[in-house]
Write a protein that binds this ligand. Structure first.
Ligand code: ADP
Length: 582
């Protein structure tokens, strides 16, 4: 039995039983009152019909005869008749000997009859020791009350009638109640059955059975509800299939990805991982596993922390076992989840290493024969005839150039060989700069250029590699002198107190400014590449290798700094470097 059925049925049951009980009580008492009134009238009429005979008997004062007459009547009319004189003396009674009966003057019905012309009372008779209904009427002659006739009835008869009445009402009420309950039972069932079917159908849908349909043979709101329900399940079913299809597509896409992929929830547990990732770390069944147990490189933890605080995609190079990977992470804000994609760059890294090793080895191997060639050229220069000297000059110039390239390549490969923790010392930048100005002053003055140095007086010491900083300043100032024909070359060093964190915040800023030929805008982004020159022949003529700025950029990066260039063709160039001051 469904709960809703029990609720509806029990509600109606209580209502009907209460109404029936009220109806029974009301009907019973109304009918009883009515019956008592009819009975009283009946007894009253009986009194009236007796009054003429009684009056006649009273005239003759034949009280004994009257008593006999009444006793005879009693058997026929099934009622007790009593005749009382106005002073209360009983002169005749159909059931008892009147001489033995006490004075009735104070009986309620007698007193009422004398005073009001009619009296009635329902009470216990002390004479015959039973409950009786009394109805009394005065018998008058010439306006005087000569006696009171009283007709009474045993209440046991009345009670029998009441019992019959009650039983009939009760039977009717019970039949009516049973009929109503049957009706309500059928009604409740017809009402709750479709609801039950709806509940069962919803249950099936919640378990994923979208083919469930409801068919109701009726024409009311429940039918409309069933139709809407069927429409809803059809739509749900198609959406579910669509979602499932998309999920499968996404699943096979993720599974088929060559790159490793994992999704981490906000607690750090892996909720999605693909085959490539599992192969990468050599372990399966990763769902629910804490990511740090499989990705032990501390860079991953740092990357996840950054992702959570910066809400943007971040890429870092990490190591897993012997492999190198580019780990690219994105933060999915609403669910606080993180997607990590791992690109295997081991092969690329190995190739890079081979290339670096080759450059290092080649530079190393070339250095000795080149030094030897240069030595022999210098020796020959003293012994050779003057007419052959120009040839030797060309050889010497080119040897010098190759030596410079080899030197620069050696420096570059050293710089690219990233040390985990570079060893920095405290460097006094003012002292260091003054020394460099001294070294380069000669080449500036030979081109009639003004070389100046300006710095903050209380510049703090910085943690840096002084040898590499020297290299950086030499390269920049040497370039400035090389590419400036007239005017000035300026070195400026100062502390940047700016709170703007985007570019040069609390840092030491080094600027090298010249009034030279300038660099066209389109070359600005490429001049830091290896062997990149704006004008090859000019660079060659000036002894350039195309590696100077590349070295500068590496040195800046080694010091966690940044470099940018501002230049205008024909007006001059400004290189701005910022290095953290602590
Ligand atoms: P190079 O040895 O040719 O000078 P660099 O790497 O030092 O190579 O510089 C790359 C190119 O950038 C140069 O060839 C030159 O065209 C340009 N360049 C560098 N510094 C300056 C400067 N101060 N003024 C004008 N052009 C410059």
């Amino acid at each position: 039995m469904s709960k809703i059925f029990l609720k509806i049925f029990s509600g109606f049951l209580i209502l009907i039983v209460t109404l029936s009980a009220l109806l029974i009580i009301f009907t019973y008492y109304t009918v009883r009152e009515q019956y008592l009134e009819t009975l009283t009238n009946h007894l009253k009429n009986l009194n009236y019909s007796l009054s003429a005979t009684i009056e006649q008997k009273l005239d003759t004062k034949s009280y004994f005869e009257l008593d006999n007459y009444i006793k005879k009547l009693d058997k026929k009319i099934e009622a007790r008749i009593t005749i009382i004189l106005p002073d209360g003396i009983v002169i005749a009674d159909s059931e008892k000997d009147p001489s033995l009966m006490e004075n009735h003057r104070t009986r309620t019905e007698i007193a009422q009859a004398i005073n009001n012309g009619f009296g009635s009372s329902l009470r216990f008779s002390r004479t015959i020791r039973e409950n009786m209904l009394y109805v009394a009427l005065p018998i008058t002659k010439e306006g005087n009350i000569i006696a009171i006739s009283r007709v009474s009835m045993h209440t046991k008869d009345i009670n029998n009638l009441y019992t019959q009445l009650r039983n009939s009402i009760l039977s009717i009420a019970v039949i009516l109640t049973l009929l109503s309950l049957t009706g309500i039972f059928i009604f409740s069932l017809s009402f709750t059955k479709p609801i039950k079917s709806l509940v069962e159908a919803s249950g099936k849908i919640s378990k994923g059975d979208f083919d469930t349909k409801l068919f109701l043979k009726r024409n009311d709101e429940l039918k409309v509800l069933a139709d809407s329900f069927n429409e809803m399940t059809t739509k749900l079913s198609s959406s579910f299939h669509e979602i499932n299809k998309q999920k499968e597509e996404l699943g096979s896409l993720i599974a088929g990805l060559h790159e490793g992929l994992i999704v981490i929830d906000k607690l750090g547990q892996i909720i999605i991982s693909n085959k490539s990732f599992e192969m990468m770390i050599g372990r399966g069944n990763l769902i629910g596993v804490d990511y740090w147990t499989v990705l032990q490189d501390t860079k991953v933890t740092k990357l996840i922390k950054q992702l959570k605080s910066q809400y943007r995609s971040i890429t870092k190079e990490i190591r897993i076992d012997d492999g190198f990977y580019l780990c690219s992470g994105s933060y999915i804000e609403p669910k606080e989840e993180i997607i990590l994609i791992f690109y295997n760059i081991t092969e690329m890294k190995n190739l890079e290493q081979v290339k670096k090793d080759f450059i290092t080895n080649a530079s190393h191997e070339l250095r000795t024969p080149l030094t030897s060639i240069k030595g022999y050229v210098e020796t020959l220069q003293m012994e050779i005839e003057d007419k052959h000297k120009p040839f030797l000059d060309v050889i010497e110039k080119n040897t010098d150039r190759i030596i410079r390239i080899v030197d620069d390549l050696t420096i570059l490969s050293e710089l690219e060989e990233k040390k985990q923790e570079p060893e920095f010392q405290s460097v006094n930048l003012i002292e260091l700069s003054k020394n460099i100005i001294k070294i380069l002053e000669h080449s500036a003055t030979s081109k009639k250029l003004k070389l100046s140095f300006d710095s903050d007086v209380n510049l703090p010491l910085i943690k840096a590699d002084s040898f590499k900083l020297e290299q950086l300043l030499i390269n920049l100032i040497d370039n400035a002198i090389k590419y400036t024909n007239e005017g000035t070359v300026e070195l400026k060093i100062y502390k940047n107190e700016s709170t703007d964190r985007t570019m040069f915040s609390p840092k030491i800023v080094i600027e090298v400014i010249d009034t030279g030929i300038g660099i066209p805008k389109e070359h600005h982004s490429r001049i830091f590449e290896r062997f990149y020159t704006v004008d090859k022949s000019r660079s060659k003529k000036l002894g350039g290798t195309g590696l100077g700025l590349s070295i500068v950029k590496h040195i800046v990066q080694l010091h966690n700094g940044e470099i940018k260039v501002e230049s205008e063709l024909g007006k001059g160039t400004r290189f701005i470097i910022s290095i953290p001051s602590v």
